[in-house]
Write a protein that binds this ligand. Sequence first.
Ligand code: 5IU
Length: 274
Amino acid sequence: PAQTLTYSERAARHKNPAAKLLLETIERKNSNLAVSVDVTKREDFLAVVDAVGPLVCLIKTHIDIIEDFDYGLIKRLEELSKKHDFVIFEDRKFADIGNTVALQYSSGVHKIASWSHITNAHPVPGPSIVSGLASVGVPLGRGLLLLAEMSTKGALATGSYTEEAVRMARANSQFVIGFIAQRRMDGVGLVGGDVENEGDFLILTPGVGLEVKGDAMGQQYRTPDEVVRESGCDVIIVGRGIYGTDLKDVDAIRLRAERYRKEGWDAYLKRIRS
Ligand code: 5IU
């Protein structure tokens, strides 16, 4: 099972270029930390990315919340991605019919497919959302994550919905590289299935925090150890726990990022040695 292998052993088994890149980056940097940079001003965004860049495998963006966006920001982000060696994940959560999501992914102001190695989609429309996004993403070597679960209180993505999401991924595993989920999905929804030959899906997990258990809007946090060691997830995604409330204090941001990086990595080492 994937959760007892090292990240580099798994990188060698993946064909999708984005999955390979992410696993290799994790191993190279000894970091399974992703920072979600949910800030609304371009200069704040770039300052946080530059501060945490050396410590992360991946930067997660919500590019549509940037108030002073222009395409020059993407060039700066790509430069920082090369300088600090991190993967880019636009957390777009596509949810429309295939034809529409293909346009949203390739076009508009943001042209997500042209710069984001990884993006994600809700499985709610069924397999056509994957084929729509794949028509744009596969020729560019991109990877897709399906939202199999959410971190929020009362989330509807549970039970048979989650199982169907995993089946959709298995049917499209050249483009679907894994899930946003709260635990490993190995064998989920397999009926009398062949667990031995289960694909190796990456699990990226938001809802990670060390100081508090949640926020006032339904978010729920678990620790890196609960997420990586106990639940077998591969990447911890941390937003406010790292960038905090004072965006000017980049030293404090960097220190918090290092704390999460170490906790996430130690939890992984314990997992593969157990
Ligand atoms: N995010 C979640 N939970 C989910 C999914 C996405 O928190 O189930 I799917 C996003 C939302 C935000 C980031 O961009 O991950 C978490 O930010 P905080 O660590 O600040 O809560």
